[in-house]
Structures are given as structure tokens and as C-alpha cells.
Design a protein around this ligand. Sequence first.
Ligand code: DGJ
Length: 713
Amino acid sequence: MVTKKSTYVVGATADGYVINLHWGKRLTQLDDLNATVPLSDQSQNPPISYAMEELPAFGGLRYRDNVLKVDLPDGTRELNLLYSGAKSKDDTLLDIELSDGNRTDFKVTLHYELDTENDMIRRSYTVENGLKGRVNLDLALSAAWHPPTALDVDEKRELLTLAGEWNNEAQVQSTELKPGIAHTIQTPKGFTDHVSYPYFAIRQVPSEVNPGTEVYFGTLAWGGSWEITAHTNTYGYTRITGGMHHLDFGWTLEPGESFTTPVFIAGFTDEGLPGARRRLPRHARKYQQLSLQTQKNDSLYHPVLYNSWEAVTFDVTFDKQVALAEKAAPLGVELFVIDDGWFGDRNNDSAGLGDWYPNKEKFPNGLKPLADHVHDLGMQFGVWFEPESVNPNSNLYREHPDWVLYYDGVPRYEARNQLLLNLGLPEVQDYIYDHVSSIIEENDIDYIKWDMNRPYQGVTMHHYDRNPREAWVLIARGYQNLLAKLKKRFPNLWIESCASGGGRMDLSVLEHADQVWTSDNTRPDARLKIQYGASLFLPPRAMYGWVTESGDDNNVHIPLSFRFHTSFMGGLGIGANLNKYSDDDMKESTAWIALYKKLRPVIQNGDLDWLVPPSKVGEMIAVSQTTSKDQQEAVILAFRISSPFSAPMNPVRPRFLKDDVVYRVQIWLQDPHKVAEEYDMSGALLMHKGISLDGLNRAMFTSAVVYLKESYD
Ligand code: DGJ
């Protein structure tokens, strides 16, 4: 398998083991590769354990991290999967067939799909029960990946992952890959979650032996519980496994049935972390474009939105929302969103979830008059839902207490006063689909924000003649299925995915939703760190940020310019209480929004790189650069978060420009109405000498927008 800059080779040994022969730099010839398992002279280290098997399944002398474990009808729980054939549809799709050595009717087909231009491979497999009895799957991770063995035993490799919490999403973590330690990131909570994100990157720490530019990185496209483990030994044999979390997982295959795992995506680059940072978001964008009508056209930009959640929380009424909409429209806002609080008896988080009809006191004539008013103001209209959740204090729960996840005799543990509906039940899916789609239809809704605010518990199926553990998968698939059905019926509907901020940011959701709500934390300095992590896998246009009042108190005032500039990095939203904005704030916001619209073709479609990561606490500087694919334009956002020593800021040195092109450089500081500096400079000099941003030298919370455009003068 050959991509633009990498090669991935799989071969079968004489004994039929299917192993990886190469993953890394692009090879010019393959004849010199041999499909053999490594030699081992230790009886405690059986060779097959160290072979880079594409699908290491529990059984035989395999003692490293396995991907698949089953219960066969005759009581055997070991497999010995051997090569039985291969089929390729074209240069990008390959299936390799395996069957168990002793029961050849037990089959597994490995699926490979190449994203050639981004050097990424999508892997999954299908297990097929051709036996006469029932097969239980106890573990079904999606793939095993094998970066090459370390060059010498002292070679250090760094593992990058993303950790977090609510309000503190996607924090980049770095650890040394240590022999003998299984480095596992995971969540058993039923959805993608904030505690860890399904992302890994392994890079060499540069040394004399190795320049350290090669990076292996990947992610899962799965919205249920998940796990990824990177495990190396003292010889540097490394295996990365990942997929659906093993905890409480189960799936039963009746004779003739099959099961396909979620996709595990990984890639290789020899362009360091910036190379990985560009490839994965581009890959995600490519698959969004393949599946979503709203994403097909690059010049259909994500709208500038207004959402009043942070400003007024549940206090949404027709009059108050109209007043806000009338303030938002002249600013240049293109989408007005009503968040939580518009339905049922919802005045706080203790009641109403599940009752998807407008609250009679707040909206006596329903949502349509507000939708019409917003449309008349020239904006699109959006509505918040939390479809899979229910408050016990709701009509839905009173009518259908058995629609939630629960075990008989076990408390129904509430979180945020709510329970979760069982999305594995067709009647629940129908209820949600019917209610959400009729509200969309009746009110001409252009966008929905699909939120989810608690972890899963009581995950099982009742009155189900199959394995009740299947619930975990049925629920995750149920969510995807609902989004897909809504997108099918309303192809132009924008969908934002949210789970208490950024709890649902993964590549499976991006195939069904246009954008994600990255975090409830809208403090601009916090946001920079969150965006730094999230941009490892999110396409910029999918990553929304809002301008709010968060972070201001008696001692600190964060200027509006700094707030806009941090939110300029992806999709732009406004979440401030516009009722409190002065005329000057309104004028300034209007000008920033206009500038954002001018720059968004680059911002939304370009590659987002970081020239200075926000994690360098001592310097408290952060600089991002988004570059258009043709390298003719770039937007640099530079931030001085703090200036404890009043030290001058070093010039910002852009990357990824064309050496021989002259760029017009325009710089905006605090004032959106005035270009603070403007000059021409060649790409080579810009990258060598850098751009001086004297305006950021002394004060805290200062920032700049720099626009580079190929100059034809
Ligand atoms: C959590 C979300 O992250 C917020 O943006 C907001 O929609 C609230 N839920 C509403 O309850």
C-alpha cells in the first residue's frame, strides 16, 4: 500500500501469519522485504509474540496486547488466524482474508482504506461466524499498528496524548514511551469524553543517532467507550492497539452473522509534529466532505453565530431572544441560536429534558415567530437539543420510565438531575427522530446543537434475546444513526456536536456533524491551550470559539480584541451578553466580524499550525498560523498572554510560505478599524527574519492579527 509519502507493506509468512513488513518512508522497491517472524532464542519470548501481526488474536503463544478474543461454540477460546486470500478494489481499498487454522469457517476480513494524499490508513475488520454454533466476541479492538523497532535500545521516544476535564479539554500531554509499561488512554463512560481523547502521536526524541523527524500518529472514529494502548519492550518492539473499550463489551454472533469494528486511523510523516498536525485534520475534513452536503463546497463557510447560553443561561423568552437577535444581526452575525431552556418545564436543569415542545410561558405561540423574526433579520435560526437525555421530572419519563438505561434493583443514578435514554431501542430512536425532525420542519430550523451532559450507567438491554452487553455498541451506533437520518432528511442542516463542551470531539462525529463545541470554557487564555490540543485532529472550521465576558473580574480586563483573535482560529461565535455592550463595543465587534469574514476563506479551509505553542508558561506567548493550501495567503494570530518581565517579544517567524513570493503583510492590533502596519516582504525573508510585533511587547492580553497575501504589485 503506497501513499504520497509512505509505504505500508503486509505479507504472509510461510506458516500463514499475516504480518507488517514495513510502515514508514515510501519505498521504491519491495522485493527485498521478507515475510518472516523474528527469531527469538528465548523460550519465554515466543517469536509469534514479537511478530508484527496485523491482527494479533488471543491464542497460541501470543502474549503481547491482543486485539481480538472470542468464545467459540466448542468451548475453545483461542484463535490461530492465518492468511486465506486478498482482494483489492482499487489502489486505495484492500481486504485481506484470514481464517482460523482449525476451524476455517471462522473468518476475519481485514479492511484497509488509504487516504493517499494525507498518508493515512483507515483500518477495521469484519468477523464472520461460519460455524454451526454461537460465537461470543469478548474483545474486538480495531487494529494493531507497529511503528518500526527503535534504532538502538537507548533511543527515546515520546508519546503525545490529549487529556482533560470539563472546562479543560484537549490538554497536550507528553510522556516517554517506557519499556514494560502499557501506556493506555481510555474512557469507559460510553461516549468520547473529555478525560482523554482517542489520539496518539509517537515521535523520536532527536539524538545523534536519529534526527527525530518521524512521527506515527492516529485516532479512532468511534463515539462510544474506547481505549488505545501503546506498549513497547526493552528491545523497542512497539505495538499500538485500539478500538472499543473491552470493559463490559460483548457481542454475540449467531451462525451466519458478522460484526465489523469501528475504524482506527493512523498515519506516518517524516515532517515532525507539524506534519502530523496537518495530515489528520485534512483527513477528517476529507471524510466530512465525503459524507456531508453542507461540507462539500469549500466556499460555503461556517456562519458566524450568536448563542446566549453564557449570557442568560435558561432565561430565554420570546421577547428577550428577539431583543438579542436584533442586536446580533447588525454586528454581522449569520446564525442566531437559542440554547437550553426553550422547551417543556425547563427553567433550570432539574426538569423538562425529553419534552421537546416549546415552553408555553416563554414562547406562547411556539418557536415559529422567533424563527421568522430571526430569518427576517437576515440570519439563520438554530436550536439546542439534548435528545438522548431525560429529567425524571418530565412528561416523557413519567410516560416511559422503561426507556432509560437501568438495571432492575439498582438505583438509577442521576447526574445533572438527568438519566439517559437507551438509544439502542428502536422506539427511543423513533421518538427522538420524530420530535426533533418535526421541530426542525415546523420552524424552518437551519442548525441544531446536539448536547449530552452525563456519562452512561445501567447500560444493558431488557426483553432482548441477544447478548445484553451489545447495548454499548447499539447506543453508540444509535447516536450516529440518528445524526445520519437527520442529515439525510435535512441535507442543508448544520449540526454542532456538544457534550458538556468538548466531550464529543472525534472523527466519527465529524462524519455526521459539521462542527463541535470545543469547550464551555471561553476564557481566551484557557481557550488557546484547548485549541492547541484540539487542532491536532479537528479541521479548523469545525472548531468553534465564542467571544464572551469570561475571565474579566475586578482586577483583570481582557480586551475585546484579544477575545476576537482567539476565536478567529476556527468557526467564530459570539456568546457575550450584548445587552451589556456599549456602543463602542458594538462598533468594535462589527469591525472584527467583518475582518473575520474577509479572512475566513484562509482560516476555515487552511492548515492550522502553531508557531509558538501556548504551553510555554514562562514566556506566556502563543502564535498560530493558518495557511491556505496554495500558500498564497496566511493568517497569523499572535498572543501575549502575560508580560511579567516586560521583555520584548521576539519576531514571529512564519513557516510554510513560498520563498520567492512577495507577500503583502498587514497587521491589526487592538483596533479593527485601522491597519497598524503594512509592508511587502518576500516569503524567504519573512521566514528567516520574522515579523516584529512591537505592539505586543509590554502589556498583558495583547494580540495581533497578521494577514499575508501574495502581492502582485
Ligand atoms: C452544556 C453545553 O456545553 C453548554 O454550551 C450549554 O449548551 C449547556 N449544556 C446547556 O445546558
